[in-house]
Structure formats: structure tokens, C-alpha cells
Design a protein around this ligand. Structure first.
Ligand SMILES: Cc1ncc(COP(=O)(O)O)c(C=O)c1O
Length: 361
């Protein structure tokens, strides 16, 4: 895999559909803010440890959670890593799914916690509340909800999210609501609005604001919880002030750029669907996706995901991801593609995918 990333980073022509990153235009205010922070050499000081007050306010406003508090982190990744250290001690369990964003499972396991990895690659392609109930043990500490889910793009209707929050409340579990892809969803319910005292929200500006390379995110939760966890965060001296300035500019201008971005993502999904429909043995389990990525199931085709990934990357300069990165049980059944990229780049995929699948059949 690192060979693939070496190749993709070294080749400017590569169409990046492998990490759900957002390459679409947002707002010139972001670049302006980055230049200003650089011109003023704001980077010579450590920033405030918990984050720029302006950014903190914008995030709470964005979420509509004025009564919660937060800590600004190096992407949602640091938020989730520190959270695992804090709430999932050795021997504890976390309710998780397969497929999922396994990086967080790895963080839990590093500290000796266990993950349930409930299979969700069927039905509605999201947690069924009955399966969650069954998986709970006296050692369970949290439910790791990704909504919308990476890699599937499914999201939870309000009644299902409420039912999950009720189970969490009954068993005194934390709900970890990872909402990295929320802004791509036509409708979305925050667990924090349903169970404010036991929800921790993992927040990121990587995918919605197109700032993945600046590494800005946040851990949002009840005030007492954030007070307790603050002293244990890795970003004890704050995170990049340049990244924070960019995030402020992005969130301040969000109403100007988000609708156009979502429209393009929706249109791109449609183009991908047309290409998939042309291939016997390929289908979209979740369509439309509520995120910036989706899964193409190829279980009925005799190609394997790694060969598809390799052929697309090394012969067509299109970088997609085989399913094994996000699923142990079902990884051989699918590839994951992201589409928050310019439409001309999606068109390159649309042309290459049927051809590659034909070559591999
Ligand atoms: C579900 C989910 N959570 C968190 C992250 C981490 O995002 P970042 O650290 O860039 O904020 C990702 C990145 O792909 C993700 O898919």
C-alpha cells in the first residue's frame, strides 16, 4: 500500500478517489487566511492549547451545540486516538461494525480494548439496533457510530439514531458520533441532540472544507467531559495555527461554497452509477451515498479488488481503494471510490472502469 501512495503522490496526473478527500473549489478566503497567517509569522508562537476561540465558536455554531465544549485537535484522528485512551481501557469493549473506519478500531486495540465488529454488509448497510443490544456486555463502554458511514455512505434516519441513543442510555454507554461526512448528507441527525450528556462528537474539516492536508479537527462533548480529557490530549501545545486560520475562513464562508460542492458530488455519483451499471457483476449496495464516497460491490465479478486497484492506478492513473482497508469480513467483495473531485476527473474513471473490468474478466 505504501508503494501505491508513493506512486500516487509522485504523479500529479493521478485522480484521487482513494481517501474521500475533497478536491473541489471552496472559497478564496481560505488561501487568503493561510497567506495572512504566514505573512504575519503567526507560526512563531504556540497557539492556545485548546484552540483559537474563534474556531471553537464556529464549530459549536456549525453543530448548533452551544452547551457543549471542545478541544481542537490534529484532525479527527487525534480526537479519536485520545478518546480511545480515555474511555476504552484495557479489557473494555467498543461496539463497532465491519465495514468501518478501522483506524479507530486499531487505536482501541492498541490500549487493550476489544471491538465487536458486527457485520453490517447487508440489509440497510448500517447498524441494526437489535444487533447492538445483543453485542453489549458488562465491559462495553461505547458505541462507535460513523454517520454517514465510511466506506458505505449509508446514514441513520432520526428514529434509528434515537433508538441507538436509547440503548446507549439504558446501558450507560458513550455514543461516539463520527460525523466527518455529515455535510454531504441530505439529512442528518446529531446524536448530541438526542443524548447530549453521553455523546462525544468527532469533528473534522478535512472532507467538507477540503482541508485534509492541514490536519484540523475537534473533539466535542459535554463540558465536564472535555474538562477531564483536555489535559490528556496529544495536542498539549495546540495544533497548527495556519490550519486553524484556514478552518475559520472555511467555516465563515460555508454557506457560499457548500451547496455547489454537494451538487457536484451528487452529479459525480450519478456518473459513477452509469459506469457501474454497464459492468456485469458490479453494483452499488448503497445509492445514493450520503457521504463523499461509496462502495462498488464486485462479488459477482471474477476480478479481485487488489487487481482492480492496481490496474486503475498503474495503467490509468486513477487511485481507488480495495475493500480490505475498511473490512476484514467483506473486503474481497468491493472497492471504495470517492467522488468529491472535479467532474472531468470522475469522467476518467467512468471511461476506465468498464474497460478494466472487461480486461479482468
Ligand atoms: C470516519 C472517519 N473518521 C475520521 C477520519 C479522520 O479524519 P481527519 O483526521 O482528517 O480529520 C476519517 C478519515 O478518512 C474518517 O473516514
Amino acid at each position: 500500500m505504501s508503494k501505491d501512495f508513493d506512486y500516487a503522490h509522485a504523479n500529479k496526473n493521478v485522480v484521487w478517489m482513494s481517501q474521500n478527500t475533497n478536491h473541489l473549489p471552496t472559497h478564496s478566503a481560505i488561501q487568503k487566511a493561510i497567506r495572512k497567517a504566514a505573512d504575519e509569522r503567526e507560526y512563531t508562537k504556540y497557539p492556545l492549547a485548546s484552540g483559537l476561540p474563534q474556531l471553537k465558536n464556529l464549530i459549536l455554531e456549525d453543530l448548533g451545540l452551544p452547551d457543549h465544549d471542545l478541544h481542537i485537535t490534529n484532525g479527527g484522528t487525534e480526537a479519536l486516538y485520545c478518546l480511545m485512551r480515555h474511555i476504552q481501557p484495557r479489557g473494555s469493549e467498543m461496539i463497532t461494525s465491519d465495514p468501518s473506519y478501522f483506524v479507530v478500531h486499531k487505536f482501541a486495540k492498541l490500549g487493550g480494548a476489544k471491538c465487536t465488529d458486527i457485520p453490517i454488509y447487508h440489509g440497510n448497510y448500517r447498524f441494526d439496533v437489535e444487533d447492538i443490544k445483543e453485542a453489549i456486555t458488562p465491559d462495553s463502554k461505547s458505541i462507535f457510530l460513523i454517520d454517514p458511514i465510511n466506506p458505505l455512505g449509508s446514514t441513520y434516519p432520526k428514529d434509528e439514531k434515537r433508538a441507538i441513543c436509547e440503548v446507549a442510555e439504558d446501558h450507560d454507554l458513550w455514543v461516539i458520533d463520527d460525523i466527518t461526512y455529515r455535510d454531504f448528507a441530505p439529512e442528518h441527525t446529531l446524536a448530541a441532540n438526542l443524548l447530549p450528556e453521553k455523546t462525544i462528537t468527532a469533528y473534522s474539516v478535512s472532507k467538507n472544507c477540503g482541508l485534509a492536508g492541514l490536519r484540523v479537527g475537534s473533539l466535542v462533548g459535554p463540558k465536564e467531559f472535555i474538562r477531564d480529557i483536555r489535559g490528556t490530549m496529544v495536542s498539549d501545545l495546540g495544533i497548527s495555527v495556519v490550519g486553524q486560520r484556514a478552518a475559520v475562513a472555511a467555516l465563515e464562508t460555508k454557506p457560499d461554497w457548500l451547496p455547489g460542492l454537494v451538487d457536484t458530488a451528487v452529479k459525480n455519483q450519478g456518473l459513477i452509477k452509469n459506469a457501474v451499471d454497464k459492468v456485469d457483476g458490479a453494483e452499488l449496495p448503497v445509492y445514493p451515498s450520503a457521504a463523499s464516497m461509496m462502495v462498488i460491490d464486485i462479488a459477482e465479478h471474477n476480478a479481485n479488488p487488489q487487481d482492480i486497484q492496481d490496474k486503475l492506478l498503474y495503467e490509468n492513473d486513477i487511485f481507488v481503494r480495495g475493500g480490505n482497508y475498511v473490512s476484514t469480513k467483506f473486503g474481497d467483495n468491493f472497492i471504495r471510490v470517492s467522488f468529491s473531485i472535479p467532474t472531468q476527473e470522475v469522467e476518467r474513471f467512468v471511461e476506465a472502469f468498464p474497460k478494466v473490468m472487461e480486461e479482468l474478466s
